[in-house]
Ligand binder design. Structure first.
Ligand SMILES: *Cc1c(COP(=O)(O)O)cnc(C)c1O
Length: 393
């Protein structure tokens, strides 16, 4: 019996000795929760992306939640997002008390469809129920058509929160995702499978001084310490003024030390992801297998968060489930990103019609994510494509 090859996860973090050293340094420094590295990490992020402010928070979901609150999203209003995403893209709208609405996807990119968005906006304008906020998701790391979304935002008067949890390190029209040129706010996640990790973590970027101040307050239980920002006379230097209801959504100094250390390799990670995605594309094209990749936009350089293939189910015998299970059995960590959010029981219970997003459903039935992460080897890609060939017969 040959030795069994190691299992390949669909994704994982890349941690090295410099990360470990950075963490040991913080542990020895005396600061572990709220220390100087938070502001350093925020400055690094803001500078890299070309935004005025970055506000670090405990995870991407918390970032989306605060982004909605900072824009004043609340009960009696609605927000829309893509029907194919992680549930947090929609949950943030509900957590603000607003209704969540959805947009169907563009089958080529799996980003939200501009045509469907435009049609829904036209109908909503007539019905008088336009959304207050749109949350476009840069699916798999490739930017949505942000300029067109920005124009629609102007025309219909909604605000834009980019869910860029897949897209740190990616760019659009030659500029980094996160510069908020076409949006009010951009949210990143530093979960272990994302471009860089802080364990769990997230951040919100913006060019607005006001929104940044509000986000900082909301992450700090609604408290303000800076005397210049107090609304009433200070009773003493110990005082923090609670100006509204907020949360403890801080990212820690420890996590920011890891984030800073990871940042040094962000471009390297993304470049390796791109190399692997290109290798997959070449090998899959040569293989002639009945699968296709998401198409690449000419306007965006993807951060290559996911390597999604769509199975041509009409040309293969096994079902998607069988292909999934065969690959898992061969030690290939495949995954499905994502079950359409409007079909989730919670959103159906809120009155969402899952049938209203046919492209999302078609995509979901055919989609499979293959392993993609910086430490994956070229030989692993050959192994995955070989296992896929066997799984499709
Ligand atoms: C990862 C992710 C989030 C949330 O990130 P967490 O840090 O896990 O809370 C939100 N949206 C999308 C699209 C994601 O992939």
């Amino acid at each position: 019996m040959p030795d069994r090859l190691p299992n390949l996860p669909y994704s994982c973090q890349t941690i090295d000795a410099t990360d470990a050293a950075a963490l040991r340094e913080v542990l020895a420094s005396g600061w572990i929760a709220r220390g100087p590295r938070i502001a350093q990490f925020e400055k690094q992020l803001a500078d890299y992306c070309g935004a005025r402010h970055a506000v670090a928070v405990c995870n991407g979901s918390a970032g989306l939640h605060l982004a909605g609150l900072a824009l004043g999203l609340g009960p009696g209003q609605s927000g829309w997002t893509s029907s194919i995403s992680f549930v947090a893209s929609a949950n943030c709208l509900r957590l603000c008390g607003a209704e969540a609405g959805f947009v169907d996807i563009d089958p080529d990119t799996a980003n939200l469809s501009l045509a469907d968005l435009t049609a829904r906006l036209e109908a909503a304008a007539v019905a008088g129920n336009l959304p207050r906020v749109l949350v476009p998701v840069h699916f798999a790391g490739q930017a949505c058509p942000l300029a067109e979304i920005g124009e629609l935002a102007q025309r219909y008067g909604f605000r834009v929160i980019e869910d860029a949890c897949h897209a740190l390190g990616g760019s659009y029209r030659g500029e980094k995702i996160g510069n908020c040129r076409y949006s009010d706010l951009t949210v990143f996640s530093f979960h272990p499978v994302k471009s860089i990790t802080t364990g769990e973590g997230g951040a919100i970027l913006t060019n607005s001084d006001e929104l940044a101040a509000r986000l900082r307050r909301l992450r700090h239980n609604g408290l303000v310490r800076d005397t210049a920002e107090l609304r009433e006379p200070s009773p003493g230097p110990w005082y923090m003024e609670q100006q509204e209801l907020g949360f403890n959504y801080w990212l820690t100094d420890l996590q920011c030390a890891l984030g800073l250390s990871q940042f040094a390799r962000l471009d390297q990670f993304v470049a390796r992801r791109r190399e692997l995605a290109d290798l997959y594309a070449r090998r899959l094209a040569e293989s002639g297998l009945p699968v296709r990749l998401l198409s690449r936009s000419t306007e965006a350089e993807s951060a290559h968060h996911l390597l999604v293939i769509r199975l041509d189910l009409g040309r293969i015998k096994p079902t998607r489930r069988e292909v999934f299970e065969r690959l898992q059995a061969a030690g290939i960590g495949v995954q499905v990103h994502y079950y359409p959010i409007p079909a989730q029981p919670y959103y159906r219970s809120q009155g969402t019609d899952p049938q209203a997003y046919p492209e999302a459903w078609r995509y979901y039935e055919e989609a499979l994510s293959l392993p993609l992460y910086p430490a994956l080897k070229d030989a692993d890609v050959e192994r995955v494509v070989g296992a896929l060939r066997e799984a499709l017969v």
